[in-house]
Write a protein that binds this ligand. Structure first.
Ligand SMILES: C[S@@+](CC[C@H](N)C(=O)[O-])C[C@H]1O[C@@H](n2cnc3c(N)ncnc32)[C@H](O)[C@@H]1O
Length: 238
């Protein structure tokens, strides 16, 4: 078992890191993560309705959603969120219901509040990823989806060794390099009413994935469930 104690994240490290990133975030991470964001938005819009973006950051995705979608955004970093407020004003995004400073692990929304919960490049930056996913499932309506774009760490080989070596530096920058797909799969396995429905490799270099979970129930739009073969393939690809 890997000793991750020296690379675990705490909220103070994360808020300090993103206060530093805020002025330059869009310049550094705008284009590089664009394809992943587009894929997540497309997946979220297939469900539509009321969408929560967790770790909304500078609000870089917000203008790209259909104006039919009602958007709520939360982030733990006040300086990142200030940029998001500026963006909402600049683009006249009247479909944005609100932006709040809030911890992803303790969302102050009632159960079953949203049709979709989106988190792009966020789950590997929170101190307790599984507790955070529990919160996403709680605030999601039955029949809704959790849509993630997330870094998936290598299981073995040179990339695994490099990620391990870079982990302490990455922590200071505000994210983890080591995070196996197995953690997502195990979380879904043990969370009642939640199914893994897609994993799709995303650039840069396929080191990121679009990961979708469905919450059972609701009148729901008919959508295919993940076949057992596809589920095993997604796990094997990690
Ligand atoms: C890598 S950035 C991603 C920003 C944006 N989603 C994007 O697509 O570029 C990670 C964001 O997650 C936020 N974040 C980290 N930990 C959080 C937490 N516990 N609760 C809410 N937001 C958090 C950070 O402040 C930062 O804005």
């Amino acid at each position: 078992m890997t000793n991750l104690s020296h690379v675990e994240l705490d909220k103070q490290t994360v808020t300090t890191a993103y206060a530093r990133w805020a002025p330059v975030y869009d310049l550094v991470f705008g284009a590089v993560f664009e394809r992943g964001r587009q894929a997540a938005i497309a997946a979220a819009e297939r469900i539509g309705g009321r969408i929560l973006e967790v770790g909304v950051g500078t609000g870089i995705s917000l203008p790209h959603y259909s104006r039919e979608c009602r958007l709520c955004g939360v982030d733990i970093s006040e300086p990142m969120l200030r940029k998001a407020h500026e963006r909402v004003a600049e683009f006249g995004l009247t479909n944005v219901e609100g932006l709040w400073v809030m911890d992803a692990e303790h969302l102050s929304f009632p159960d079953d509040s949203f049709d979709v919960v989106v988190a792009q490049y966020v789950v590997t930056t929170v101190p307790n990823p599984e507790a955070t996913l529990d919160e996403f499932a709680r605030v999601l309506k039955p029949g809704g989806e959790i849509v993630l774009v997330s870094r998936v760490g290598a299981e073995a080989g040179l990339r695994r060794a490099l990620e391990h070596g870079f982990a302490p530096a990455a922590r200071k920058l505000g994210w983890r390099t080591e995070f196996s797909f197995e953690r997502y799969a195990k979380w879904a396995d043990r969370t009642s009413g939640v199914r893994l429905i897609e994993r799709r490799a995303m650039p840069p270099l396929g080191h990121f994935s679009l990961i979708r979970f469905a919450k059972d129930g609701g009148a729901g739009v008919l959508r295919p469930s993940f076949s057992q073969e596809a589920y095993q393939a997604a796990r094997a690809a990690s």
